[in-house]
Write a protein that binds this ligand. Structure first.
Ligand SMILES: [Zn+2]
Ligand SMILES: [Zn+2]
Ligand SMILES: [Zn+2]
Ligand SMILES: [Zn+2]
Ligand SMILES: [Zn+2]
Ligand SMILES: [Zn+2]
Ligand SMILES: [Zn+2]
Ligand SMILES: [Zn+2]
Length: 404
């Protein structure tokens, strides 16, 4: 057995970068090489690479520069390496030789961040300028975020914010870009917006002319769409809500010259007063009402009045058992103040209706003396007394009476 017979086969790694396989170098070949003083290990593909290689052909890709017609040739080996390294050839970023020379003369540019309040910038690479702008570099830079802003942007999620109409319970979506903008500008700059429902209603609304709240005034005030919206939203929760009442501009300025005042109680000598509101004052000015129209019972008098009851009082006529009605209004009118307190007076003396009618409808008359035929006065009161069986009609005149 010669020395060469002891040489064994050798496992050699595939020459394709990224491929982990190997191929077998035959001992005979090793020996043959050694005989020619060649001790280098040859570089070859493994079986599977070699098979894949056979199937590939040269790829022609257009240069990435806009309008450049040049084709770039990608040999099969490069394609194979790309596949093995799992790093696909970036066909959208391949430049022909001429363009690569051009690239060297173009500078990367700093473009301001798309967030206006941000002072940072992003880099617009020469390759992008060429690729998008062609050889004349006609491209305009994109609106892009700087690196810092982009990092913040990625941490953000869209948020819901309450509708700016204070009476609305709905929300609107605050998108990420707007959040980023306000974060860079400072928190206070976060926008206030209406929800989409309010917004769509708001567009259809127009200012409305509403009547002045003062009943004697014919002027109007303007109800803004926003105000209407606030009212509409609040009404959703409270269907009985009334529309707002407001002063017209002239009443409003007149109002500023007025002060809340008071009116005296309707009861004479009552020290209490009632509030005379600015609104009532305005109304009276416009309608030229005298202040006396505003006089009414004060609360103390009203309480007193409400406790009073109509009362039956005996007729002042002796012998009459009928009564007359002492009305509460009458009792109130006759009541008086004593030591700051309202006191009901004693019931007045009065005839009952029957007696009163009698006295009014009967007139004094005369009867003839049965003895001297002179006339004797017969008063209506005497007639009433007779009616009540307290008196008898006279038969004799006073002088005849004396004679008897
Ligand atoms: Zn291989
Ligand atoms: Zn080119
Ligand atoms: Zn930025
Ligand atoms: Zn809303
Ligand atoms: Zn008015
Ligand atoms: Zn009073
Ligand atoms: Zn009577
Ligand atoms: Zn007589």
């Amino acid at each position: 057995m010669s020395f060469f017979d002891s040489v064994v086969e050798q496992k050699v790694r595939c020459k394709v970068p990224g491929c982990g396989k190997s191929w077998i170098l035959d001992p005979k070949e090793i020996v043959e090489n050694w005989k020619h003083n060649n001790y280098n290990v040859p570089k070859r593909m493994c079986g599977s690479c070699s098979q894949a290689y056979q199937k590939l052909s040269i790829q022609k890709i257009q240069c990435s520069t806009k309008f450049c017609e040049e084709l770039i040739r990608i040999p099969p080996f490069q394609q194979l390496v790309a596949e093995k390294k799992n790093r696909p050839i970036k066909k959208q970023n391949l430049f022909c030789a001429k363009c690569q020379t051009r690239l060297k003369n173009i500078e990367d540019k700093k473009i301001p961040c798309r967030i206006k309040a941000c002072t940072k910038s992003w880099t617009w690479f020469a390759s992008s300028q060429l690729k998008n702008g062609g050889m004349l570099l006609e491209a305009k830079p994109d609106f892009r975020l700087c690196g810092t802003c982009f990092k913040i942007f990625q941490t953000l999620t869209s948020q819901h914010r309450p509708c700016r109409v204070s009476t609305c319970n709905r929300t609107w979506e605050l998108d990420r870009m707007t959040q980023l903008e306000s974060q860079i500008k400072g928190k206070k700059s976060e926008p206030k917006r209406m929800c989409s429902f309010c917004n769509s209603q708001f567009r259809k609304m127009v200012p409305k002319k509403e009547k002045c709240q003062i009943s004697g005034c014919n002027k109007t005030w303007e109800w803004s769409p926003y105000g209407q919206l606030e009212y509409e939203r609040e009404k959703e929760n409270n269907s009985s809500l009334l529309p707002p009442r407001r002063y017209c501009t002239s009443c409003f300025s007149l109002k500023k010259t007025l002060k809340p005042s008071s009116t005296s109680c309707i009861k004479n000598n009552c020290p209490q007063t009632n509030e005379y509101s600015i609104e009532d004052q305005l109304e009276d000015i416009l309608e030229k009402n005298p202040i006396s129209l505003r006089r009414k019972m004060c609360t103390t008098c009203e309480k007193f009045y409400n406790h009073l009851k109509d009362e039956e009082i005996s007729c002042q006529q002796k012998g009459c058992d009928l009564t007359w009605l002492w009305k509460k209004e009458e009792q109130f009118r006759e009541s008086f103040y004593q030591e700051g307190k309202l006191i009901r007076s004693e019931a007045p003396t009065h005839y009952c209706n029957r007696c009163d009618d009698f006295l009014h409808n009967r007139s004094d008359t005369h009867v003839q003396c049965q003895s001297c035929e002179s006339l004797i006065l017969w008063t209506s009161r005497q007639q009433l007394m007779t009616e009540l069986n307290l008196w008898v009609p006279p038969r004799l005149c006073p002088s005849c009476l004396k004679k008897n």
